[in-house]
Design a protein around this ligand. Sequence first.
Ligand code: HEC
Ligand code: HEC
Ligand code: HEC
Ligand code: HEC
Ligand code: HEC
Ligand code: HEC
Ligand code: HEC
Ligand code: HEC
Ligand code: HEC
Length: 322
Amino acid sequence: MKDLTLVFLLSCFLFASPAAAKDSCYDCHGQKGMKPYVDKSAFEQSAHGHLACTKCHFDVSGYPHGKVSKVNCGACHFIGTEGAPKEQAQQYKLSVHNRVTAVGNATLPTCQTCHGSHYIYPSADTRSSTNRQKIPTLCSQCHPREFEVYKNSIHGKQLLEDNNPAAPTCFQCHMEHLTPPTASNAWQLALIKQCGDCHSEELKTYRKTYHGKVTKLGYVTVAKCSDCHGAHDILMLNDPDSTLSRKNILKTCQKCHPAATPGFTKFYAHAEEKDRAKYPVLYYTFLFMTVLLLGTFAFFFTHTFLWAYRSLKERMNKKGGE
Ligand code: HEC
Ligand code: HEC
Ligand code: HEC
Ligand code: HEC
Ligand code: HEC
Ligand code: HEC
Ligand code: HEC
Ligand code: HEC
Ligand code: HEC
C-alpha cells in the first residue's frame, strides 16, 4: 500500500501536464506585487500565450530555481520548430545588428530589445512594440540623429502625424530584419526598387533616363533616387528646402557633376514624353520627331512603291513589245 502511494505521487510529478506547470509558475509570479511579476491575461493574449513557461525557461522546474539561462528566441525561430516563423531570425543573423565587430561599446539590439519578452503581439496589434506607428521611436533609442531628421521629412510626417499607412517606416527602407550596412552596393540598388514599390510611375520614368539605365546594369556611381531626393530628409518638391527646389537643385547635381550650370538642371529626371501638361517641350519634341519619322517613312514607302510599280509596268510594256 505504501509502495502504491509512492508510485502514484511519483507519476504525478513525472506526468505533470505543461498547463499545470504554467499554473504553478503563476502561483508566485502571477501575484501582484511579486517581483518578478508576469501579467497572466496580457501574456495569455500574446503570440506565445499558448506555450508553457518551461518551453522558454526550460531549466526552471520548481522552486527554488537553480541558475536560470537566458531565453534563446532562435531556439524556435531560427530552426522554425512548432510553427514559429523563421525568416526573420535568419535575416537578423546576417544583419549589421548581429555584427560581432560593432564599433566600440555600442549596444546591438537583440530580438528582445525590439519585441520585448512576454508581451509580444503581432505587429499589426497596437499594443505591440513593433507596431508600424512605433517603429521610428523604437529605432530612435539608438539612432536619435536619423530619427530627428526623418521626423520632419514628408515620410515621417505622413506616418507620425497623418497616420498614413502607406508611408515608409525606418524598417522598410532598411530591409527589415536583414538591415544591411548602408555602404553595401546591393542594398543601395535594392532601395531603388523599394522606392519604386510606392512610387511606381517615377521608377518607370527614371528607368528611361541615363541614371536609371546604368543603375539597372548594377553600377552605383550614377544618381539613385536618394542621391537627388535625399534619404531621411526627403521633402515635398514644392518645399523650398527640398534638395531639388529651385535654390538647391544645382548644388544637388554638382555633387557629381561639378561643372554643371543652371541649364544642366533642366534635364528631365522623370521624362514622360506622353505627358503634355507636365513636359510640354518634351511632348511636342516627341510629337514632332514621331511625325517626322513617320512622315519620312511614309514618303519613302510611297516613293518606293510607285518606283517599283513603274519599273514593273515598263518591263511588261517591253515584254509586250517583243
Ligand atoms: C514558490 C514561488 C515560485 C514559483 C512556484 C516559481 N518561481 Fe520563479 N522566481 C521566484 C522568485 C522569488 C524569483 C526571484 C528570486 C530568484 O531568482 O530566485 C524567481 C525568479 C524567476 C526567474 C528569473 C531568474 C533570474 O535569474 O532572473 C524566472 C525566469 C522564473 N522565476 C521563472 C519561473 C517559472 C518558469 C516557474 C514555473 C515553472 C517559476 N518561476 C516558479 C519564485 C517562484
Ligand atoms: C516566448 C518565450 C517565453 C515564455 C513562453 C515565457 N517567458 Fe519568461 N522570459 C522570457 C524572456 C525573453 C525573459 C527575459 C530574460 C531573458 O532573456 O532570459 C523572461 C523573463 C522572465 C522572468 C524574469 C523577470 C522578467 O520579467 O524579466 C520571469 C519571472 C519569467 N520570465 C516568468 C515566466 C512565466 C511565469 C512564464 C509563463 C507564464 C514565462 N516566463 C513564459 C521569455 C519567455
Ligand atoms: C518555444 C518556442 C518559441 C520561443 C523560444 C520563442 N517563440 Fe516566438 N513564436 C513561437 C511560435 C510557435 C509562434 C507562432 C504563434 C502563432 O502563430 O500562434 C511564435 C510567434 C512569434 C512572433 C509572431 C507574432 C505574430 O503573431 O505575428 C514573434 C514576433 C515572436 N514569436 C517573437 C519571439 C521572440 C522575440 C522570442 C524571444 C524572446 C521568441 N519569439 C521565442 C515559438 C517560440
Ligand atoms: C531592430 C529591431 C528588431 C529586431 C532586432 C528584431 N525584430 Fe522582429 N520585427 C521588428 C519589427 C519593427 C517588426 C514589424 C515589421 C513590420 O511591420 O513589417 C518585426 C516583425 C517580426 C516578425 C513578424 C511578425 C510580426 O509581428 O509582424 C517576427 C516573427 C519577428 N519579428 C521575429 C524576430 C526574431 C525571432 C528576432 C531575433 C532573431 C527579431 N524579430 C529581431 C523589429 C525587430
Ligand atoms: C526613404 C527611405 C529611408 C527611411 C524611411 C529611413 N532611412 Fe535610414 N537611410 C536611408 C538611406 C538612403 C541611407 C544612406 C544614405 C545616407 O547615409 O544618408 C540611410 C542611412 C541610415 C543609417 C546610417 C547612417 C550613417 O551615418 O551611416 C542609419 C543608422 C539609418 N539610416 C537609420 C534609420 C532610422 C533609425 C530610420 C527611421 C527613423 C531610417 N533610417 C529611415 C534610407 C531611409
Ligand atoms: C539597441 C540599439 C539599437 C536599436 C534599437 C537599433 N539599432 Fe540599428 N544599429 C545599432 C548599432 C550599435 C549599429 C552599428 C553596428 C556596427 O557597428 O556594425 C547599428 C547599425 C544600423 C544600421 C547600419 C548603419 C551603417 O552605418 O551602415 C542601420 C541601417 C540601422 N542600424 C537601422 C536600424 C533600424 C531601422 C532600427 C529600428 C527598427 C534600429 N537600427 C534599431 C544599434 C541599434
Ligand atoms: C537626377 C535626379 C533624380 C533622380 C535620380 C530621381 N529623381 Fe525623382 N525627381 C527629380 C526631379 C528634378 C523632380 C521634379 C521634376 C519632375 O517631376 O521631373 C522629381 C520628382 C519626383 C517625385 C514627385 C513627382 C510629382 O509628380 O510630384 C517623386 C515621388 C520622385 N521624383 C521619386 C523618385 C524615385 C522613386 C526615384 C528613383 C526610382 C527618383 N525620383 C529618382 C529628380 C530625380
Ligand atoms: C512604403 C511606401 C513608400 C516608400 C518605400 C517610399 N515612399 Fe516616398 N512617399 C510615400 C508617401 C505615402 C508619400 C506622401 C505623399 C504622396 O502620397 O506622394 C511620399 C512622398 C514622397 C515624395 C514627395 C512627393 C511630392 O509630391 O513632392 C518624394 C520626393 C518621395 N516620396 C521620394 C521617395 C524616395 C526617393 C524613396 C526611396 C528612397 C521613397 N520615397 C520611398 C511612400 C513611400
Ligand atoms: C550620385 C551622383 C550623381 C548625381 C547626384 C547626379 N548625377 Fe547625373 N550622372 C552621374 C554620373 C556618374 C553620370 C555618368 C556620366 C558622367 O560622368 O557625366 C551621370 C550622367 C548624367 C547625364 C547623362 C550624361 C551627360 O553627362 O549628359 C545627365 C543628363 C545627368 N547625369 C543629369 C543630372 C542632373 C540634372 C542631376 C541633378 C538633378 C544629376 N545628374 C545628378 C552621377 C550623378
